[in-house]
Design a protein around this ligand. Structure first.
Ligand code: FEO
Length: 400
């Protein structure tokens, strides 16, 4: 347990080992942390717990610091088991202690644990008095689940934001100013791109709502990664930018290839783009080898996405199909796109990718480019010309 402000303690778990999160849906190259906080005043409140496999260790550590029966309130800001997993173990020891959560949190916690704990559902504006300090609750639906909420601790001016403003970064350093800044922000933008993109309009509104409370913020304590104590609002400013249909001067080319025909098309297209615009960042990813969450992060940063697949069985390669499903759910806005691919007989891939891109909310710049078999010099020149057109049509004025 580490004291982060007088009477406020971090009692989480640093998980250096985890490399996949949400099953296999999210890569955690740099591990993660599950942050739990204990606030001691006249009354004592515990905010969130840890992932289920660490539940027993969590309770043991807590019990070494405080008699569990002295915990007056448990706050469960979010029911996903990376934060509520330790509850099952904890509540075995203190079954009557009230558990504060949103109405949706109550449903979700019951759904996960099938227990009738002493739930105390709260709404935005509800508070619990801890003595000198108060905990104010702020519902944050869809940031990132319907049950999510924040808690604000008066006197210490701490915002406990659960998943929001977090990142999957294992560190023993605890604070944002003590870790490598490039690693930190890479994990922050990856987290936003892969988890929060579909809820961007709600992110903006929630930030505005929180600003209107006009309360000082000295620290933001999210439930993953570091505590924001140095200029804590810098991550809020980043979220504000990312929520506004974020894009940089980048074009990303995502493809899969069987005998490298579509791969050669991708490289020729990239050459065409660069010949017209030497400032644009162009990145190529073979999606069957690349990390899908890292690729999504690159798409998030892009103004234009090109997707390529050869035709197989009247369709597209399975890695590309999986990627198309991933971007469909993320609801990117104000991004442009086009498709390409080789074929031998029927040639459906470009049409299918076009449909997928439109379903995912991308604006098609071109009807797409097909090439038969292994592209020859003439076909590769067409790819270069296609790249030139894409570069010209992707130009836009960078937002200030
Ligand atoms: Fe970190 Fe939504 O759980």
């Amino acid at each position: 347990m580490k004291e982060i402000k007088k009477g406020v303690f971090w009692n989480g778990k640093v998980d250096w080992e985890i490399k996949k999160f949400h099953g296999d849906e999210y890569s955690t190259h740099r591990g993660t942390t599950y942050n739990s906080y204990l606030v001691k005043d006249k009354k004592t409140a515990l905010i969130d717990t840890v992932w289920s496999p660490f539940g027993a260790e969590f309770v043991r550590n807590l019990n070494n610091q405080i008699s569990l029966k002295n915990i007056d309130y448990v706050v469960a800001q979010h029911a996903e088991i990376d934060h509520s997993g330790g509850l099952a173990e904890l509540m075995e020891h203190i079954p009557d202690t009230p558990v504060y959560c949103t109405n949706n949190g109550l449903k979700s916690l019951k759904g996960h644990f099938h227990k009738d704990w002493n739930f105390m559902p709260v709404k935005t504006g509800d508070k619990i008095n801890l003595g000198k300090k108060e905990l104010l609750f702020i519902e944050a639906p869809m940031l990132h689940w319907p049950d999510s909420m924040f808690s604000y601790l008066t006197e210490d001016n701490i915002l406990f934001s659960n998943d929001a403003f977090g990142q999957h970064l294992a560190s023993e350093m605890l604070y944002n100013d003590l870790v490598d800044q490039a690693e930190l922000f890479q994990e922050c933008i990856k987290y936003y791109a892969n988890i929060l993109t579909p809820f961007s309009s709600l992110v903006e509104k929630k930030i505005e709502e929180f600003k209107s409370l006009n309360v000082p913020v000295d620290m933001i304590c999210s439930s993953h990664g570091v505590i924001w104590r140095d200029n804590p609002l810098q991550i809020v400013t980043k979220y504000f930018d990312w929520a506004k249909n974020y894009r940089e001067n980048q074009i990303t080319i995502v493809y899969d290839t069987m005998w490298n025909g579509t791969g050669n098309m991708a490289e020729a297209i990239a050459k065409g783009i660069k010949s017209v615009d030497d400032k644009v960042v162009v990145k190529l990813f073979n999606i069957s080898h690349a990390d899908k969450n890292d690729v999504v992060t690159e798409v998030f940063k892009s103004k234009t996405l090109l997707v390529g697949s050869p035709t197989i069985n009247r369709g597209i390669l399975s890695a590309v199909a999986g990627f198309m499903e991933q971007i469909r759910g993320l609801k990117f806005k104000e991004k442009k796109a086009a498709a390409f691919g080789t074929y031998g007989w029927s040639g459906e891939s470009v049409k299918m990718i076009n449909q997928g891109l439109e379903n995912a909310g991308f604006e098609l710049l071109e009807s797409g480019l097909k090439s038969t078999w292994n592209p020859d010099e003439k076909s590769l020149n067409e790819c270069v010309d296609f790249g030139k057109e894409i570069a010209k049509k992707s130009k836009y004025t960078q937002p200030q």
